[in-house]
Ligand binder design. Structure first.
Ligand code: FEO
Length: 171
């Protein structure tokens, strides 16, 4: 059984993960608008990752006898100045999510909720990867000098290789 406090905090995190999905889908849509299909693909894969994160928490709350109560998802940013600006934003966003996961873990410790602590360990490790993968693209774009031109084209092609966690049927 989850404490009321823990249940509320996990519900809040479902919203944060759904917002992350929404933000990355907005970034994907920006990339489609500037014909960077590979970057858009990377962001669509990231969107799916976030939906998976939200669903993991959803399932956990239900499994623990809690109630999922969905709230409004705020509107994401829609425009950026460059591919680099988008990935810098993604990296900053992942650092924010890491701090939210750390806060959740602190609460689970405070509440002496061992099951939630174990559950959250997956998210703690996942955030190391999430930050590394966004910051990895930032570094690539910087190295390629990729505000525009050939370097950006190469990075875009590479990001197009990222597989979608949930393969979509062909159109
Ligand atoms: Fe759900 Fe990208 O952290």
């Amino acid at each position: 059984m989850l404490s009321e406090k823990m249940e509320k905090a996990l519900n809040k995190q479902i919203n944060a993960e759904m917002y992350s999905a929404y933000l990355y889908l907005s970034m994907a849509s920006y990339f489609e608008s500037v014909d960077l299909e590979g970057c858009a693909n990377w962001m669509k894969a990231q969107t799916q990752e976030e939906m998976i994160h939200a669903m993991k928490i959803y399932d956990f709350v239900i499994e623990r006898g809690g109630r999922v109560l969905l709230d409004t998802i705020k509107a994401p940013q829609k425009e950026w100045d460059s591919a680099l600006a988008v990935f810098e934003h993604a990296y900053e966003h992942e650092q924010l999510v890491t701090s939210l996961i750390n806060d959740l873990m602190n609460l689970a410790i405070e509440e002496k909720d061992h099951a939630t602590q174990i559950f959250l360990q997956w998210f703690v490790s996942e955030q190391v990867e999430e930050e590394a993968s966004a910051s990895g693209v930032v570094q690539k774009l910087k190295l390629a000098g990729a505000k525009e031109g050939g370097g950006l084209f190469m990075v875009d092609r590479e990001l197009g290789q990222r597989a979608l966690p949930i393969p979509m049927p062909a159109a």
